[in-house]
Design a protein around this ligand. Structure first.
Ligand code: FE2
Length: 263
């Protein structure tokens, strides 16, 4: 198994090639052993095909998200797992646009992505997945993920550190026996905190202890918003990019996370 000292992790690109470009530049600047994407390359933003050359040229090691599996298999929806009709309406608009604008070559490439990846960070074994180790589209929110569930994932899947994304909101929890659970967040859209920046995670060690730090990433969000407008994407999505407040995907969010937002 590959062993690293310092890695960058991020999830949910959501077609945001401008944030991805900026992140890869940041990785060059800070110096990392490897870069991992935890899946969901499409959805939400403009020009889906622009992300793939960046991922390949940047040697980003990618895990399949529900979105990537749906696109690769020609499914009719994103398989995100929303339950509210309004959330599903916007998810469908986004999926139909992304499906129509993703090349067959890139869909075939997504088919090759593994559902999980493993590596060593120093002596800590790390497992990467998209939603949870047991389900690609499981939503693991900070407020609704009890310690015993996270510990069960770590023991059942034999990892000291388990990392996921899918919800779009980052968090980290230290568990007993030196185990850790991390939701790495997403770079595709802001975190419902009123700021246009997005977030990624850096994992390394402080001495022998596992360390996870989240970093904000600024990118040209006004340019992204302008391109979304040109592509006829929903005003609701554009507002999120410009203001940092979510306007959709809200019904699936637990009350505790939702009350931090504006809507
Ligand atoms: Fe997802």
């Amino acid at each position: 198994m590959e062993q690293y000292q310092r890695v960058v992790l991020f999830g949910g690109v959501y077609n945001n090639y401008l944030a991805l470009q900026q992140l890869l530049k940041t990785c060059d600047r800070i110096g990392v052993d490897a870069i991992f994407c935890l899946g969901d390359l499409g959805g939400f933003g403009p020009h889906p095909d622009r992300c793939f050359p960046l991922l390949r040229d940047g040697r980003v090691l990618t895990v399949a998200g529900n979105y990537d599996i749906s696109l690769a298999q020609g499914e009719e929806d994103c398989g995100c797992g929303y339950t509210d009709p309004r959330d599903n309406y916007f998810a469908q608009v986004s999926y139909d646009y992304t499906f129509a604008h993703t090349s067959d070559e890139n869909k075939a490439w997504m088919k090759t992505l593994p559902p999980q990846r493993r590596f060593l960070l120093g002596k800590h074994s790390v497992l990467l997945c998209h939603g949870s180790p047991r389900r690609t589209n499981e939503f693991l929110w900070e407020s609704s993920s009890p310690d015993h569930l996270l510990e069960k994932f770590a023991t059942d899947y034999e990892a000291d550190v388990v990392c996921c994304t899918h919800t779009g909101v980052k968090w980290h929890r230290t568990l007993p026996q030196g185990r850790n659970f991390v939701n790495v967040g997403v770079i595709g859209r802001p975190e419902n905190d009123g700021q246009p920046q997005v977030w990624f995670a850096v994992l390394d060690q402080d001495g022998d202890r596992f360390r996870c730090r989240f970093h904000p990433l600024e990118y040209d969000h006004e340019q992204l918003a302008a391109e979304m407008k040109q592509e006829g994407l929903p005003e609701e999505f554009i507002a999120t990019v410009l203001t940092g407040w979510w306007t959709t995907c809200l019904e699936i969010m637990p009350a505790k996370e939702r009350q931090r937002g504006k809507f």
